[in-house]
Write a protein that binds this ligand. Structure first.
Ligand SMILES: Cc1ncc(COP(=O)(O)O)c(C=O)c1O
Length: 378
Protein backbone atom coordinates (compact mmCIF):
# COMPACT_ATOMS: atom_id res chain seq x y z
CA UNK A 1 0.00 0.00 0.00
CA UNK A 2 2.48 2.54 -1.26
CA UNK A 3 1.47 5.45 -3.50
CA UNK A 4 2.99 3.85 -6.57
CA UNK A 5 3.62 1.50 -8.16
CA UNK A 6 0.03 0.64 -7.21
CA UNK A 7 -1.66 -2.79 -7.46
CA UNK A 8 -2.48 -4.12 -10.93
CA UNK A 9 -5.80 -5.80 -11.78
CA UNK A 10 -5.64 -9.34 -13.19
CA UNK A 11 -7.03 -8.31 -16.58
CA UNK A 12 -4.31 -5.69 -16.90
CA UNK A 13 -1.59 -8.20 -15.98
CA UNK A 14 -2.91 -10.50 -18.68
CA UNK A 15 -2.80 -7.70 -21.24
CA UNK A 16 0.83 -7.10 -20.32
CA UNK A 17 1.76 -10.69 -21.00
CA UNK A 18 0.62 -10.64 -24.65
CA UNK A 19 3.19 -10.86 -27.40
CA UNK A 20 4.16 -7.32 -28.48
CA UNK A 21 2.97 -6.19 -31.90
CA UNK A 22 4.60 -3.83 -34.37
CA UNK A 23 4.07 -0.24 -33.36
CA UNK A 24 3.57 0.84 -36.99
CA UNK A 25 0.77 -1.67 -37.64
CA UNK A 26 -2.88 -0.85 -38.21
CA UNK A 27 -3.70 -2.87 -35.10
CA UNK A 28 -1.49 -0.68 -32.90
CA UNK A 29 -2.84 2.49 -34.50
CA UNK A 30 -6.34 1.39 -33.43
CA UNK A 31 -5.03 1.03 -29.88
CA UNK A 32 -3.50 4.50 -29.92
CA UNK A 33 -6.77 5.88 -31.22
CA UNK A 34 -8.91 4.29 -28.54
CA UNK A 35 -6.52 4.89 -25.60
CA UNK A 36 -6.19 8.55 -26.61
CA UNK A 37 -9.98 8.92 -26.75
CA UNK A 38 -10.32 7.33 -23.31
CA UNK A 39 -7.48 9.41 -21.84
CA UNK A 40 -9.39 12.51 -22.91
CA UNK A 41 -12.43 11.12 -21.12
CA UNK A 42 -10.38 10.61 -17.95
CA UNK A 43 -8.92 14.12 -18.18
CA UNK A 44 -12.38 15.58 -18.98
CA UNK A 45 -10.87 17.50 -21.88
CA UNK A 46 -10.98 18.22 -25.58
CA UNK A 47 -7.26 19.06 -25.45
CA UNK A 48 -4.60 16.75 -26.85
CA UNK A 49 -3.48 14.10 -24.36
CA UNK A 50 -0.12 12.65 -25.37
CA UNK A 51 1.41 9.39 -24.16
CA UNK A 52 5.15 9.36 -23.52
CA UNK A 53 7.30 6.33 -22.74
CA UNK A 54 8.97 7.55 -19.57
CA UNK A 55 7.95 8.05 -15.94
CA UNK A 56 5.85 10.94 -14.61
CA UNK A 57 8.87 13.22 -14.36
CA UNK A 58 9.27 12.96 -18.17
CA UNK A 59 5.85 14.57 -18.60
CA UNK A 60 6.71 17.22 -15.99
CA UNK A 61 9.95 18.09 -17.75
CA UNK A 62 8.24 18.02 -21.16
CA UNK A 63 5.71 20.59 -19.95
CA UNK A 64 8.48 23.01 -19.09
CA UNK A 65 10.90 22.54 -21.97
CA UNK A 66 8.23 22.73 -24.66
CA UNK A 67 6.56 25.95 -23.61
CA UNK A 68 9.16 28.12 -21.84
CA UNK A 69 12.47 29.79 -22.62
CA UNK A 70 15.66 30.41 -20.68
CA UNK A 71 15.24 33.28 -18.21
CA UNK A 72 11.41 33.13 -18.22
CA UNK A 73 9.86 34.17 -14.95
CA UNK A 74 7.67 31.46 -13.39
CA UNK A 75 5.94 30.85 -10.07
CA UNK A 76 6.59 27.46 -8.49
CA UNK A 77 4.46 26.25 -5.58
CA UNK A 78 6.38 24.11 -3.11
CA UNK A 79 4.92 22.33 -0.09
CA UNK A 80 6.62 18.96 -0.33
CA UNK A 81 9.07 16.78 -2.18
CA UNK A 82 7.33 17.02 -5.55
CA UNK A 83 6.90 20.78 -5.42
CA UNK A 84 10.61 20.85 -4.66
CA UNK A 85 11.18 18.75 -7.78
CA UNK A 86 9.35 21.35 -9.90
CA UNK A 87 11.69 24.02 -8.54
CA UNK A 88 14.71 21.86 -9.38
CA UNK A 89 13.56 21.18 -12.94
CA UNK A 90 12.70 24.86 -13.52
CA UNK A 91 16.10 26.01 -12.21
CA UNK A 92 17.95 23.35 -14.19
CA UNK A 93 16.53 24.89 -17.36
CA UNK A 94 17.49 28.41 -16.36
CA UNK A 95 14.04 29.71 -15.46
CA UNK A 96 13.70 32.62 -13.07
CA UNK A 97 11.77 31.03 -10.20
CA UNK A 98 9.51 32.88 -7.76
CA UNK A 99 8.88 30.31 -5.08
CA UNK A 100 5.65 30.18 -3.11
CA UNK A 101 6.38 27.99 -0.13
CA UNK A 102 4.23 26.39 2.46
CA UNK A 103 5.36 24.16 5.35
CA UNK A 104 5.29 20.47 4.45
CA UNK A 105 1.91 19.14 5.63
CA UNK A 106 0.09 22.40 4.93
CA UNK A 107 -1.52 23.42 1.63
CA UNK A 108 -0.29 26.17 -0.69
CA UNK A 109 -2.11 29.42 0.00
CA UNK A 110 -4.05 30.47 -3.16
CA UNK A 111 -3.99 34.12 -2.03
CA UNK A 112 -0.22 34.22 -2.36
CA UNK A 113 -0.59 33.21 -6.01
CA UNK A 114 -3.33 35.82 -6.47
CA UNK A 115 -1.21 38.60 -5.03
CA UNK A 116 1.87 37.94 -7.15
CA UNK A 117 -0.20 37.45 -10.31
CA UNK A 118 -2.17 40.66 -9.71
CA UNK A 119 1.02 42.64 -9.17
CA UNK A 120 2.46 41.38 -12.45
CA UNK A 121 1.08 44.23 -14.56
CA UNK A 122 3.75 43.89 -17.23
CA UNK A 123 2.86 40.20 -17.66
CA UNK A 124 6.35 38.92 -17.08
CA UNK A 125 5.19 35.70 -15.41
CA UNK A 126 5.02 33.04 -18.08
CA UNK A 127 3.81 30.08 -16.04
CA UNK A 128 2.49 28.94 -12.68
CA UNK A 129 3.82 25.52 -11.80
CA UNK A 130 2.50 23.35 -8.97
CA UNK A 131 1.63 19.92 -7.64
CA UNK A 132 -2.03 19.02 -7.12
CA UNK A 133 -1.72 16.04 -4.75
CA UNK A 134 1.56 16.25 -2.82
CA UNK A 135 2.45 12.59 -2.37
CA UNK A 136 5.22 13.25 0.16
CA UNK A 137 2.84 14.75 2.72
CA UNK A 138 -0.68 13.63 1.78
CA UNK A 139 -1.84 17.19 1.08
CA UNK A 140 -4.11 18.19 -1.78
CA UNK A 141 -3.68 21.76 -3.00
CA UNK A 142 -6.61 23.93 -4.04
CA UNK A 143 -5.90 23.75 -7.75
CA UNK A 144 -9.32 25.02 -8.80
CA UNK A 145 -8.90 28.33 -6.95
CA UNK A 146 -5.26 28.79 -7.95
CA UNK A 147 -6.20 28.08 -11.56
CA UNK A 148 -8.93 30.74 -11.42
CA UNK A 149 -6.26 33.32 -10.45
CA UNK A 150 -4.08 32.18 -13.33
CA UNK A 151 -7.09 32.74 -15.60
CA UNK A 152 -7.46 36.29 -14.30
CA UNK A 153 -3.79 36.95 -15.07
CA UNK A 154 -4.67 35.81 -18.58
CA UNK A 155 -1.22 35.22 -20.07
CA UNK A 156 0.53 32.81 -17.67
CA UNK A 157 0.22 29.10 -18.38
CA UNK A 158 -0.72 26.61 -15.70
CA UNK A 159 1.63 23.63 -15.51
CA UNK A 160 0.38 21.04 -13.06
CA UNK A 161 1.60 17.75 -11.65
CA UNK A 162 -1.54 15.64 -11.29
CA UNK A 163 0.45 12.42 -10.89
CA UNK A 164 -1.44 11.27 -7.78
CA UNK A 165 -4.72 13.09 -8.33
CA UNK A 166 -5.77 12.01 -11.84
CA UNK A 167 -7.88 8.90 -11.57
CA UNK A 168 -8.46 9.48 -7.86
CA UNK A 169 -10.37 12.74 -7.65
CA UNK A 170 -11.98 15.26 -9.94
CA UNK A 171 -9.49 16.97 -12.27
CA UNK A 172 -11.76 18.56 -14.90
CA UNK A 173 -9.05 19.90 -17.20
CA UNK A 174 -11.33 21.98 -19.45
CA UNK A 175 -13.60 23.32 -16.71
CA UNK A 176 -10.61 24.44 -14.63
CA UNK A 177 -8.75 25.73 -17.73
CA UNK A 178 -5.61 23.74 -17.01
CA UNK A 179 -3.04 24.24 -19.75
CA UNK A 180 -0.54 21.48 -19.05
CA UNK A 181 -1.30 18.46 -16.91
CA UNK A 182 1.27 15.73 -16.23
CA UNK A 183 0.55 12.27 -14.85
CA UNK A 184 2.10 8.79 -14.69
CA UNK A 185 0.95 5.22 -15.30
CA UNK A 186 1.91 3.60 -11.96
CA UNK A 187 -0.65 5.59 -9.97
CA UNK A 188 -4.40 5.95 -10.52
CA UNK A 189 -4.06 4.33 -13.94
CA UNK A 190 -3.54 0.87 -12.37
CA UNK A 191 -0.75 -0.13 -14.74
CA UNK A 192 2.98 -0.56 -14.10
CA UNK A 193 5.48 2.31 -14.27
CA UNK A 194 6.75 3.36 -17.68
CA UNK A 195 4.20 5.64 -19.33
CA UNK A 196 3.45 9.27 -18.65
CA UNK A 197 0.70 11.45 -19.98
CA UNK A 198 0.55 15.12 -20.78
CA UNK A 199 -2.51 17.14 -21.63
CA UNK A 200 -1.81 20.30 -23.66
CA UNK A 201 -4.27 23.18 -24.23
CA UNK A 202 -4.25 25.33 -27.38
CA UNK A 203 -2.65 28.09 -25.32
CA UNK A 204 0.12 25.66 -24.37
CA UNK A 205 0.63 24.72 -28.04
CA UNK A 206 0.87 28.42 -28.94
CA UNK A 207 3.60 28.81 -26.32
CA UNK A 208 5.59 26.01 -27.98
CA UNK A 209 6.19 28.35 -30.94
CA UNK A 210 8.42 30.63 -28.84
CA UNK A 211 10.09 28.10 -26.57
CA UNK A 212 13.89 27.92 -26.96
CA UNK A 213 14.80 25.27 -24.38
CA UNK A 214 16.65 22.21 -25.79
CA UNK A 215 14.57 19.13 -26.48
CA UNK A 216 14.60 16.12 -28.72
CA UNK A 217 13.01 12.94 -27.30
CA UNK A 218 10.51 15.05 -25.37
CA UNK A 219 9.71 17.48 -28.18
CA UNK A 220 5.93 17.37 -27.97
CA UNK A 221 5.44 18.70 -31.49
CA UNK A 222 6.70 15.33 -32.76
CA UNK A 223 4.19 13.53 -30.53
CA UNK A 224 1.36 15.73 -31.75
CA UNK A 225 2.29 15.20 -35.38
CA UNK A 226 2.48 11.41 -34.95
CA UNK A 227 -0.76 11.35 -33.01
CA UNK A 228 -2.58 12.88 -35.98
CA UNK A 229 -2.05 9.49 -37.65
CA UNK A 230 -2.54 7.54 -34.38
CA UNK A 231 1.13 6.85 -34.10
CA UNK A 232 4.21 7.58 -31.98
CA UNK A 233 7.44 9.31 -32.95
CA UNK A 234 9.58 6.56 -31.35
CA UNK A 235 9.03 2.94 -30.31
CA UNK A 236 6.48 3.10 -27.51
CA UNK A 237 6.20 0.62 -24.62
CA UNK A 238 3.72 -1.46 -26.64
CA UNK A 239 2.70 -3.81 -23.81
CA UNK A 240 2.05 -0.93 -21.45
CA UNK A 241 -0.33 0.43 -24.07
CA UNK A 242 -2.14 -2.96 -24.09
CA UNK A 243 -2.39 -2.57 -20.32
CA UNK A 244 -3.59 1.02 -20.60
CA UNK A 245 -6.38 -0.05 -22.95
CA UNK A 246 -7.64 -2.53 -20.33
CA UNK A 247 -7.29 -0.22 -17.34
CA UNK A 248 -9.09 2.65 -19.06
CA UNK A 249 -11.89 0.24 -19.98
CA UNK A 250 -12.16 -0.79 -16.32
CA UNK A 251 -12.25 2.85 -15.28
CA UNK A 252 -15.03 3.56 -17.76
CA UNK A 253 -17.01 0.60 -16.44
CA UNK A 254 -16.69 1.93 -12.89
CA UNK A 255 -17.43 5.52 -13.92
CA UNK A 256 -15.63 8.69 -12.88
CA UNK A 257 -17.98 9.59 -10.06
CA UNK A 258 -17.75 6.12 -8.53
CA UNK A 259 -13.95 6.17 -8.76
CA UNK A 260 -13.80 9.53 -6.97
CA UNK A 261 -16.31 8.36 -4.35
CA UNK A 262 -14.31 5.19 -3.67
CA UNK A 263 -11.12 7.16 -3.09
CA UNK A 264 -12.92 9.66 -0.87
CA UNK A 265 -14.48 6.91 1.21
CA UNK A 266 -11.10 5.20 1.69
CA UNK A 267 -9.48 8.47 2.70
CA UNK A 268 -12.21 9.08 5.30
CA UNK A 269 -12.08 5.51 6.62
CA UNK A 270 -8.33 5.67 7.16
CA UNK A 271 -8.12 9.19 8.52
CA UNK A 272 -10.90 8.61 11.05
CA UNK A 273 -9.76 5.15 12.14
CA UNK A 274 -6.21 6.38 12.68
CA UNK A 275 -7.33 8.82 15.36
CA UNK A 276 -8.90 6.02 17.39
CA UNK A 277 -5.46 4.35 17.33
CA UNK A 278 -3.88 7.38 19.05
CA UNK A 279 -2.02 8.37 15.90
CA UNK A 280 -2.10 11.79 14.33
CA UNK A 281 -2.48 12.79 10.71
CA UNK A 282 0.49 14.67 9.28
CA UNK A 283 -1.57 16.85 6.96
CA UNK A 284 -4.23 19.31 7.91
CA UNK A 285 -7.66 17.58 7.99
CA UNK A 286 -9.10 20.12 5.52
CA UNK A 287 -6.64 19.25 2.74
CA UNK A 288 -6.24 15.47 2.83
CA UNK A 289 -5.26 13.91 -0.47
CA UNK A 290 -7.69 11.24 -1.72
CA UNK A 291 -4.73 9.05 -2.66
CA UNK A 292 -2.39 8.98 0.28
CA UNK A 293 -2.50 9.48 4.03
CA UNK A 294 0.61 10.48 5.97
CA UNK A 295 0.61 9.52 9.64
CA UNK A 296 2.82 10.74 12.46
CA UNK A 297 4.20 8.05 14.76
CA UNK A 298 5.28 10.23 17.69
CA UNK A 299 7.79 8.36 19.86
CA UNK A 300 7.66 5.27 17.66
CA UNK A 301 10.32 5.04 14.95
CA UNK A 302 8.24 5.04 11.75
CA UNK A 303 10.86 2.99 9.89
CA UNK A 304 10.80 0.23 12.53
CA UNK A 305 7.02 0.34 12.49
CA UNK A 306 6.95 -0.10 8.71
CA UNK A 307 9.41 -2.96 8.94
CA UNK A 308 7.26 -4.76 11.52
CA UNK A 309 4.13 -4.38 9.39
CA UNK A 310 5.99 -5.69 6.35
CA UNK A 311 7.39 -8.68 8.24
CA UNK A 312 4.24 -9.58 10.12
CA UNK A 313 1.56 -8.82 7.54
CA UNK A 314 3.39 -8.48 4.22
CA UNK A 315 1.97 -4.99 3.77
CA UNK A 316 4.37 -2.42 2.39
CA UNK A 317 3.79 1.11 3.65
CA UNK A 318 5.75 4.12 2.41
CA UNK A 319 8.17 5.96 4.66
CA UNK A 320 8.69 9.65 5.21
CA UNK A 321 11.01 11.51 2.83
CA UNK A 322 13.93 13.76 3.79
CA UNK A 323 13.45 15.28 7.27
CA UNK A 324 10.28 13.20 7.72
CA UNK A 325 12.11 9.87 7.55
CA UNK A 326 11.43 7.93 10.76
CA UNK A 327 8.73 10.41 11.79
CA UNK A 328 5.85 9.48 9.51
CA UNK A 329 4.63 6.61 7.40
CA UNK A 330 2.34 6.94 4.41
CA UNK A 331 -0.52 4.70 3.30
CA UNK A 332 -1.15 4.70 -0.43
CA UNK A 333 -4.84 4.14 -1.26
CA UNK A 334 -4.70 5.04 -4.89
CA UNK A 335 -5.82 3.08 -7.93
CA UNK A 336 -6.88 -0.56 -7.68
CA UNK A 337 -7.66 -0.52 -3.97
CA UNK A 338 -10.80 -1.97 -2.38
CA UNK A 339 -12.51 -1.93 1.03
CA UNK A 340 -10.76 -5.13 2.09
CA UNK A 341 -7.36 -3.47 1.62
CA UNK A 342 -8.41 -0.61 3.86
CA UNK A 343 -9.80 -2.81 6.64
CA UNK A 344 -6.69 -4.99 6.45
CA UNK A 345 -4.24 -2.11 6.74
CA UNK A 346 -6.15 -0.59 9.68
CA UNK A 347 -6.18 -4.00 11.33
CA UNK A 348 -2.43 -4.48 10.78
CA UNK A 349 -1.64 -1.05 12.22
CA UNK A 350 -3.93 -1.67 15.21
CA UNK A 351 -2.43 -5.08 15.85
CA UNK A 352 1.12 -3.69 15.76
CA UNK A 353 0.28 -0.84 18.14
CA UNK A 354 -1.41 -3.32 20.46
CA UNK A 355 1.70 -5.51 20.49
CA UNK A 356 3.77 -2.43 21.36
CA UNK A 357 1.42 -1.71 24.27
CA UNK A 358 0.40 1.64 22.76
CA UNK A 359 -3.33 0.97 22.56
CA UNK A 360 -5.94 -1.24 24.21
CA UNK A 361 -7.72 -4.13 22.47
CA UNK A 362 -10.88 -1.96 22.65
CA UNK A 363 -9.20 0.76 20.62
CA UNK A 364 -8.01 -1.74 18.02
CA UNK A 365 -11.58 -2.99 17.69
CA UNK A 366 -13.07 0.49 17.65
CA UNK A 367 -10.80 1.50 14.76
CA UNK A 368 -12.28 -1.34 12.69
CA UNK A 369 -15.79 -0.20 13.54
CA UNK A 370 -15.02 3.39 12.58
CA UNK A 371 -13.36 2.37 9.29
CA UNK A 372 -16.30 0.08 8.45
CA UNK A 373 -18.77 2.89 9.06
CA UNK A 374 -17.07 5.04 6.42
CA UNK A 375 -16.64 2.14 4.01
CA UNK A 376 -20.36 1.44 4.15
CA UNK A 377 -21.28 5.06 3.46
CA UNK A 378 -21.87 4.98 -0.31
C1 LIG B 1 3.15 13.96 -7.02
C2 LIG B 1 4.16 13.23 -7.83
N1 LIG B 1 4.78 13.88 -8.81
C3 LIG B 1 5.71 13.31 -9.57
C4 LIG B 1 6.10 12.02 -9.36
C5 LIG B 1 7.20 11.48 -10.17
O1 LIG B 1 6.82 10.48 -10.97
P1 LIG B 1 7.89 9.42 -11.51
O2 LIG B 1 8.56 8.79 -10.36
O3 LIG B 1 6.94 8.51 -12.24
O4 LIG B 1 8.80 10.14 -12.42
C6 LIG B 1 5.49 11.27 -8.35
C7 LIG B 1 5.88 9.88 -8.08
O5 LIG B 1 5.75 9.36 -7.02
C8 LIG B 1 4.49 11.90 -7.57
O6 LIG B 1 3.88 11.23 -6.59
Amino acid sequence: MIPGPTPIPEKVLQALSKHPIGHRTKEFQELVKSTTKNLKWLHQTQNDVLTITGSGTAAMEAGIINTLSKGDKVICGENGKFGERWVKVAKEFGLDVIKIYSEWGTPLNPNEFKKILEEDKSKEIKAVILTHSETSTGVINDLETISSYIQEHNTALSIVDCVTSLGACNVPVDKWHLDIVASGSQKGYMIPPGLSFISMSEKAWEATQNSNLPKFYLNLKSYRKSLSSNSNPYTPAVNLVFALEESLKMMQEEGLENIFQRHKKHKLAISNAIKVLNLELFADKKCLSPSITAIKTGEIDAEEFRKTIKNKFDILLAGGQDHLKGKIFRIGHLGYVNDRDIITVISAIGNTLLALGKITPQQAGEAQVVASKYLESD
